[in-house]
Ligand binder design. Structure first.
Ligand SMILES: *Cc1c(COP(=O)(O)O)cnc(C)c1O
Length: 366
């Protein structure tokens, strides 16, 4: 959602950059980095070409080549894809059924003698209350914790924000995320060393912007000034977007807890999700495809994409990394639906979804 004032602000920025000719790694990139860091209370931010690039850069800086990296099986392709691109081996771990995230137990079960890093994913924008416990497991072994915070712009836990729980957080500004830059990503970190490395990696591994000494095996991972301007303008709306999303989620919570066998993923105490997605598990035995078809055809309600409908170890491309069965991941992927949440969603639209879901639930789960 870009309202008229947002569109005007972007148009003015584009006019300015076409006039000055500063089209990459210029003042808008810096502005976006500063604003995003401030929004999350982080010391350093490095803007890059995508969320996947943000993850790969952090993993390359850590050094995961020919070593294991723990990744939850419930996540997007890119979380494990970035591990492989950085030269590491993804070890897919099971998740907690209440938060859809790693738990200290599922993490312990996936650690190997050669674990180089652990990636925690804040599914749907929810930061697990186990985050400190996960950090403690990592600290005991001296393993860096990395956050895939692609879903979690502005999400928090006990007053701390996404991106602040480990070595670094990787964010995405793909158009479906809570705020977008068209395409883009951001690394947040407290480490000045990681910030400096990330700046080198994103620009073809060059030692500095103006020299041609390539000191790292980087790539073309810069964010363009056009993307940075869109991202900076959109970020101004983050707080308002999250408020709207949270109001929608509260209405869903109140309605769904009354539906027999339906299990919405509720916010544990201390958590403040941005509700990138509103996830609910259908009662066991209810056919998801039939459920989605019924709410669409009979009520005109289109559910959003799942997070995710298939665990990574069942994705063909990760076949070689398939280990023991991961029963919770398999169950939560098979049973989840995501109710629509938009940053400008009204109460009437929310109630229309609730009516549709309640009616179809009554029929299919009854
Ligand atoms: C969107 C997403 C990414 C990748 O972000 P891109 O900007 O598309 O590269 C990585 N991880 C998760 C969990 C995502 O949802």
């Amino acid at each position: 959602m870009f309202d008229e004032s947002d569109r005007t602000a972007v148009a003015d920025a584009v006019t300015e950059m076409l006039t000055t000719g500063a089209l990459t790694l210029g003042p808008w990139t810096e502005r976006f980095e500063q604003a995003f860091a401030a929004e999350h209370g982080a010391s350093h931010a490095v803007a890059v070409a995508s969320g996947t690039a943000a993850l790969e850069i952090v993993l390359r800086t850590v050094g995961v080549r020919d070593r294991d990296v723990v990744v939850p099986a419930v996540t997007f392709y890119a979380t494990a894809g970035a591990v492989l691109h950085a030269g590491g081996r993804p070890v897919l771990a099971d998740v907690d059924p209440e938060t859809l995230a790693l738990s200290p137990q599922t993490l312990e079960a996936a650690l190997t003698p050669d674990t180089a890093a652990v990636v925690l994913v804040h599914i749907g924008g929810l930061i697990t209350p186990d985050v400190d416990g996960l950090r403690a497991v990592c600290d005991r072994r001296g393993i860096p914790l990395v956050e895939d915070a692609a879903h979690a712009h502005g999400s928090g836990y006990q007053g701390r924000t996404a991106g602040s729980f480990g070595l670094a957080g990787a964010f995405s500004f793909y158009p479906t995320k809570v705020t977008t830059s068209g395409e883009g990503g951001m690394i947040l970190t407290e480490s000045a060393e990681l910030r400096d490395e990330a700046r080198i990696y994103r620009d073809q591994g060059k030692g500095s912007f103006t020299t041609n000494h390539h000191v790292r095996f980087g790539a073309s991972w810069r964010m363009s000034e056009l993307n940075a301007a869109v991202g900076t303008v959109h970020l101004r709306r983050l707080k308002e977007f999250v408020e709207t999303r949270r109001r929608v989620a509260q209405r869903y919570d109140a309605a769904l807890v009354g539906l027999d066998g339906m299990r919405p993923v509720l916010e544990p105490a201390g958590c403040r999700s941005n509700y990138y997605k509103y996830v609910a598990l259908l009662p066991p035995g209810v056919d998801r495809a039939a459920f989605k078809r019924a709410v669409a055809e009979e009520f005109g309600v289109r559910l959003s994409g799942e997070v995710y409908d298939l665990p990574l170890h069942h994705q063909p491309v990760f076949g070689p990394y398939r280990g023991a069965p991961l029963p919770v991941a398999e169950d939560v992927c098979a049973r989840q639906v995501c109710l629509p949440v938009h940053s400008d969603m009204t109460e009437d639209e929310t109630d229309q979804v609730i009516s549709a879901v309640s009616a179809v639930h009554g029929r299919l789960a009854g």
